[in-house]
Design a protein around this ligand. Structure first.
Ligand code: KG4
Ligand code: ZN
Length: 361
């Protein structure tokens, strides 16, 4: 039984094939990094154009690597939302056309559910099983959510939202702070690499104070504190120097970046990352304490952060991360999330629309 997954919600065009819901036969991701990095973020119009260019070759490659033909497929799964509408439409339109022409079912997947299923998929591949209910922290460029995941009956996954960000998503905070400091896009992976060169204890940054739901997240205060620090420290010249470095080309090694990043800025970067991690860890810990959960899942692009992985390892619950390649956007997670829907016969018609603000719970 083969499901082709298609993902195009943001700036990655991805296709993957999963056999029998657990064997990853291929996983192709075409990144648009080269198109967007000089703008310091994803430009939606350019993203749609790049998806249009990439979708056919990416799907072909995914089938080729799986050793399959279109006719071997049993279902097509596609991200319906949340995401950029123009980007979603490319994957969705292609998937509809493919399902229609092959006369096979179409399955609509929520991208956030996909991030959670990346972890279930890999645990299944290891022959293990994640004990439910689980607490799932999904942290990426577009969302920062805490859910309880239950599965009262085989394949019937249910999600209860405990808290979410009130302003920026965690990855967005990484990207915005990186941009502010003169680094290219995406900021998360770079801050991750730079953080070990700084001393977080040298810069004091605030944790958020939350009225109301104590399981919500917020990163705007932290971002403002970094901005204030940057202004007070008179960093204009070094920021311009870094910007120049990133406009000229995407540096492939850290050395030239470190050269234009003095120690106090490295300390600021370390402090910023450490504060984001503290923020996430204390909300996740609070959520775990207040709910009957047996395991903790952390997924989404920010789950790739090495500092975060180290700190979260201190939690007492059994902890699950996706591998690095399944932390950031991919289509394996979309095909994986679609498998239970396939078994239930939960198919959609070719009239479904892209849903940029689709919620999971
Ligand atoms: O899941 P993802 O690929 O796309 C969305 O669904 O948004 O996540 C991308 C986000 C970006 O904001 C990126 O900066 C962040 O994940 N990210 C990281 C790391 N790798 C990617 N943030 C911190 N540390 C990383 N190593
Ligand atoms: Zn994502």
């Amino acid at each position: 039984m083969y499901i082709l997954g298609i993902e195009s919600s943001c700036d990655e065009t991805a296709a993957a094939v999963i056999e029998d819901g657990e064997h990853l036969r291929s996983n192709v991701v075409a990144s648009q990094l080269k198109t967007h990095y000089k703008y310091g973020g994803v430009v939606p119009e350019l993203a749609s154009r790049e998806h249009l260019r990439a979708i056919v070759p990416v799907v072909r490659q995914a089938l080729g690597e799986a050793g399959l033909n279109y006719r071997d497929l049993d279902a097509v799964a596609v991200t319906q939302g949340p995401g950029l509408v123009g980007s979603l439409l490319v994957g969705l339109t292609f998937a509809k056309g493919l399902a229609l022409s092959l006369d096979i079912p179409l399955i609509a997947v929520n991208h956030i559910e996909g991030h959670i299923h990346a972890v279930f998929l890999e645990e299944k591949q290891r022959g293990g099983e994640i004990e439910l209910p689980a607490l799932a922290l999904v942290v990426s460029g577009g969302h920062s959510h805490l859910f309880v995941v239950e599965c009262p009956e085989e394949g019937d996954y249910r999600y209860r939202l405990l808290g979410k960000t009130r302003d920026d998503a965690a990855g967005e905070a990484f990207d915005k702070v990186a941009k502010l400091l003169g680094f290219g896009y995406p900021g998360g992976p770079l801050i991750d690499k730079m953080a070990p060169y700084g001393d977080a204890s040298k810069v004091k940054l605030p944790l958020s104070r939350m009225k109301g739901n104590q399981l919500d997240l917020s990163f705007s205060g932290l971002k403002t504190a970094v901005l204030r620090y940057v202004r007070a420290a008179d960093m204009e010249d070094e920021i311009l120097e870094r910007r120049k470095l990133f406009v000229e080309g995407h540096p492939t090694s850290l050395e030239p970046i470190l050269e234009v990043t003095p120690q106090p800025t490295r300390d600021l970067i370390a402090a910023f990352q450490s504060t984001v991690i503290k923020e996430l860890l204390r909300r996740a810990t609070k959520a775990a304490d207040g709910h009957d959960v047996r395991s903790l899942i952390v997924s989404g692009g920010v789950a790739a952060n090495s500092g975060l992985r180290k700190e979260f390892a201190k939690t007492p619950l059994p902890l699950y991360f996706p591998s690095l390649s399944l932390s950031t956007d991919n289509a394996a997670m979309i095909a994986a999330a679609a498998y239970p829907a396939f078994l239930r016969g939960d198919f959609v018609s070719d009239e479904i629309m892209a849903k940029p603000a689709l919620a999971l719970a």
